[in-house]
Design a protein around this ligand. Structure first.
Ligand code: CU
Length: 111
């Protein structure tokens, strides 16, 4: 439990640094939960420039990995409570999956 909490704090610290160094104050944010071997919402539409954060609520590791090259979404294995954040600045559609459980799939549309 202590380890999980310290990981979460480290990730939040990283997000703070990201927001502080970003251009201006356009901090649109969206969240995707990873729970019970699925991404929720599985399909997400956001405005360009949105920071999207995936958080693993499962008891086992998952990844957030683009299907297309270049891999805009390329998380490490996320342990329980870990988050992965990325700023999606370019309109387009990102299909992604979990490298550990390829049946887990999601889509982010950037408008
Ligand atoms: Cu997985």
């Amino acid at each position: 439990m202590t380890r999980r909490m310290s990981l979460a704090v480290a990730v939040l610290g990283g997000l703070g640094a990201l927001a502080a160094s970003g251009p201006g104050a356009r901090a649109a944010e969206a969240q995707v939960m990873i729970d019970n071997f699925s991404f929720s919402p599985a399909e997400l539409t956001v405005a360009a420039g949105t920071h999207v954060t995936w958080t693993n609520r499962d008891d086992i590791p998952h990844t957030v990995t683009s299907r297309e090259d270049p891999r805009v979404l390329k998380s490490p294995a996320l342990d329980t409570g870990d988050s992965f954040a990325v700023a999606l600045d370019t309109p387009g559609t990102h299909h992604y999956f979990c490298m550990l459980h390829p049946h887990m799939q999601g889509t982010v549309v950037v408008q």
